[in-house]
Design a protein around this ligand. Structure first.
Ligand SMILES: [Zn+2]
Length: 292
């Protein structure tokens, strides 16, 4: 159900659009997120997915939002294959509503701190850049990051609607960017379209599949769809990786964990638990002689 689409226009404006409801709900269930944590992590995961696929290079993006609010750091990795994973330091956070029915993501993330974005591929060197948090509401912080650090004027809209029973009703967002050859008329038109659109959560509540959203935002422009792929929450951890980490422990730490019947390791990103029995670890840690 979740997807990302990318569009170019003849007028020099480009747009990426993502519906992420199932992805955010998966994160919510895996991490037992309370509503404001769902909203913050959901916005950040959606934003990272939108940032990850440049139109030309398919890059991975690690996003860290390090605010001074009670959520702690928001951690997200979005991969070029449109899988995404993430967590917040403190999933069980409650802050007063901003107003009736409006979660205060800014207060939960914090109004001070920094946004850190690392772009990485297998081929090129990592590129990390930071910018100060503007409001903690995520969309504004990412737009400022793109402008200040990557010199790309962008409008970003991100929304997560959470039900009183905590489940994710809708989630998604879009980013609109002006290329150097964008015409003033096109930019004015898109700005007007976005203002008339209103909050993204309201739109997605009425149209959970995101249908018609691009047509509203890019109304009046000549549009070309260039990309359309599914998105899902997916981690890259596995039993073998955790086993390999255990093998790198110092001898005294290996001895210490062998005192337990079972050793449990938990992946921060997806909350998956891996269990290693003492017998299994003894076997793993046993020095293997040279092969004759
Ligand atoms: Zn994991």
């Amino acid at each position: 159900m979740d997807y990302i689409k990318r569009f170019t226009t003849r007028e020099g404006v480009r747009m990426s659009l993502a519906v992420t409801t199932d992805t955010v709900e998966t994160a919510r269930v895996r991490h037992d997120l309370w509503p404001v944590a769902t909203a913050a992590l959901g916005r950040a995961m959606t934003g990272a997915i939108l940032l990850a696929g440049d139109f030309k290079n398919h890059e991975n993006v690690s996003l860290r939002i390090k605010g001074d609010g009670p959520l702690g750091v928001v951690h997200v990795d979005a991969f070029a294959d449109n899988t995404v994973r993430g967590y917040v330091d403190e999933p069980h956070v409650d802050v007063p509503l901003k107003r009736a029915g409006k979660l205060d993501v800014g207060a939960a993330v914090g109004h001070n701190g920094e946004v850190q974005v690392t772009r990485f591929t297998q081929l090129a060197q990592d590129y990390t850049s930071t910018s100060p948090i503007q409001s903690g509401e995520v969309a504004e912080d990412l737009a400022y990051y793109l402008y200040a650090s990557e010199q790309v004027p962008s409008t970003i809209s991100l929304g997560v609607l959470v039900d009183p029973d905590y489940h994710t009703v809708v989630a998604g967002g879009f980013i609109v960017q002006a290329l150097p050859d964008a015409t003033d008329e096109a930019l004015a038109q898109v700005e007007k379209n976005i203002n008339e659109l209103g909050p993204i959560t309201e739109y997605l509540k009425a149209h959970p599949d995101g249908k018609g959203l691009m047509e509203r935002v890019l109304d009046g422009l000549t549009v070309n769809e260039v990309y359309n792929e599914p998105i899902q929450f997916q981690c890259r951890c596995g039993r073998d990786r955790f086993g390999a980490v255990l093998m790198t422990l110092r001898e005294e730490d290996k001895q210490a964990i062998l005192e337990d019947e079972v050793t449990e390791l938990v992946c921060h990103y997806c909350n998956e638990k891996y269990h290693f029995s003492r017998e299994e670890l003894q076997d793993m840690f046993e020095p293997k002689g040279p092969i004759q």
